[in-house]
Design a protein around this ligand. Structure first.
Ligand SMILES: Nc1nc2c(c(=O)[nH]1)N=C([C@H](O)[C@@H](O)CO)CN2
Length: 117
């Protein structure tokens, strides 16, 4: 299976389990690898047959703008389901990093894989 990727996408959202986090917006950094057969798009040089990473990015922005989860786990799980359903993505890997919450670690977060290749 071929893959389309989006790396280092920063989104602004309400996320966090602590009281002080419920009244602010924070940045999450997303890395996505999306399973997709690129041959039909390549054969016809046709965006309509491609997994349009611009459209996926817009969908992620909309999701982040309206979500209010406590855990990055929930954000990752729900975002993965939304993208797979809306775009017909058969498999994905999603890494969600919450920067700036721990000064002793360079990155904290979760990584999930869903679906079948
Ligand atoms: N596994 C997780 N651990 C923690 C999370 C989380 O979302 N998943 N969140 C927090 C707090 O919100 C923290 O990020 C605030 O600095 C703590 N642990």
């Amino acid at each position: 299976m071929d893959r389309v990727f989006i790396e280092g996408l920063e989104v602004d959202t309400l996320i966090g389990a602590y009281d002080w986090e419920r009244g602010i917006r924070q940045c999450l950094r997303l890395d996505l690898t999306l399973g997709w057969d690129i041959r039909p798009a390549a054969a016809g040089d046709d965006l309509a047959k491609a997994l349009d990473y611009a459209a996926v990015t817009q969908a992620i922005d909309r999701f982040a703008a309206s979500s209010r989860f406590e855990l990055v786990e929930t954000f990752a799980e729900r975002l993965a389901s939304t993208l797979m359903e809306d775009f017909g993505i058969p498999w994905l890997r999603l890494r969600v990093t919450k920067p700036g919450v721990n000064t002793r670690a360079s990155a904290l977060g979760v990584e999930i894989e869903r679906g079948c290749l």
